[in-house]
Design a protein around this ligand. Sequence first.
Ligand code: WQD
Length: 351
Amino acid sequence: MGKILVTGGCGYIGSHTIVNLIEHGYDVISVDNNSRSNPIILKGVEQITGKKIKTYKVDLCNFDDTFAIFQENADISGVIHFAAYKAVGESVENPLLYFENNLTSLINLLKCVQEFHTPHFVFSSSCTVYGNPDEVPVTENTPLKTAESPYGYTKQMGEQIINELAKSSDTQCILLRYFNPAGAHPSSIIGEMPLGRPQNLVPAITQTAIGRLPKMMVYGNDYDTRDGSCIRDYIHVCDLASAHTLSIQYLEELKNSSQCEVFNLGSGNGISVLEAITAFEKISGVKLNYEIGPRRPGDVIATFANNNLAKQTLGWNPKFSLEDIMATAWKWEQRLKADETVFGSQYGELN
Ligand code: WQD
């Protein structure tokens, strides 16, 4: 087992994945330019694991700096690539920022992987690549439709770039399509630190419940779903993390049947926005202050995963329920509030 390079290691899914990798005996190197993440999260990773994390504050859009990491660490046997911008709304307002950042960083990284013959490459993709699916649950063979945003396009294009590289190199690749990541590490030592006002549902719920936001808006209840609100597949971040470790192990054991394989990472359960709010209220005992507002442009009506392929092929077994997601997210929000001096008043923003 060589070292695993985790890009975006100070981010939400990256940090939880580093914890899981270390717990499974891996040596990890983190690289993050902290443009949208707080390095304090790595202190939390070190507290949970008892291990010091070798980290590089490098922008992957700078090829020379990225190349230097591989030069200094000849024993990198795998890369897990999380680092990217991921705010759907922002990508609509500023598409070139997203194409430049997300694609330049990926291509620079792949050039190094090719030059140093890194054996394994795992890519953080997203269910966004499916667009608005015609039928649910979504399988890995569900045709990819037009992406709903430039963010979604960067994930579709990223998958294609990796696919083509895999055909012409000796690097074995896996694309992991996340549904909706949510929740926090059960220890409440690490969790999601949204920059400014949260776009995603679960942090919007917990920030409203703790009084950080005065009220939450439900973006539409007039959709053709069982209660009129959008349906999503919420998957606990720790379940997502374990799937990354399993992906590396799967490639190390030469079990892959092709150079580039795709897996959906979702719970397999479709939950509406209003059902998610009800689940939170039940777990927290807090009545959430929300109102029904207009639909949000770009929202998919309903999507949730058929996760059988990851279960059968990777041996992945998601353990956390929707209630666990809400309970761990709420505990983490309360921790952020209690330790505001440590995390800063804007959470994800640097002090
Ligand atoms: C979920 C539902 C909103 C906030 C995006 C990306 C996906 C991944 C996760 C990165 C929708 C509703 C939300 C609020 C609301 N990103 N909502 N009020 O849009 O499904 O997925 O984030 O990996 O790739 O596409 O997630 O949490 O933003 O929204 O009503 O204040 O909650 O309208 O129906 P989404 P989300």
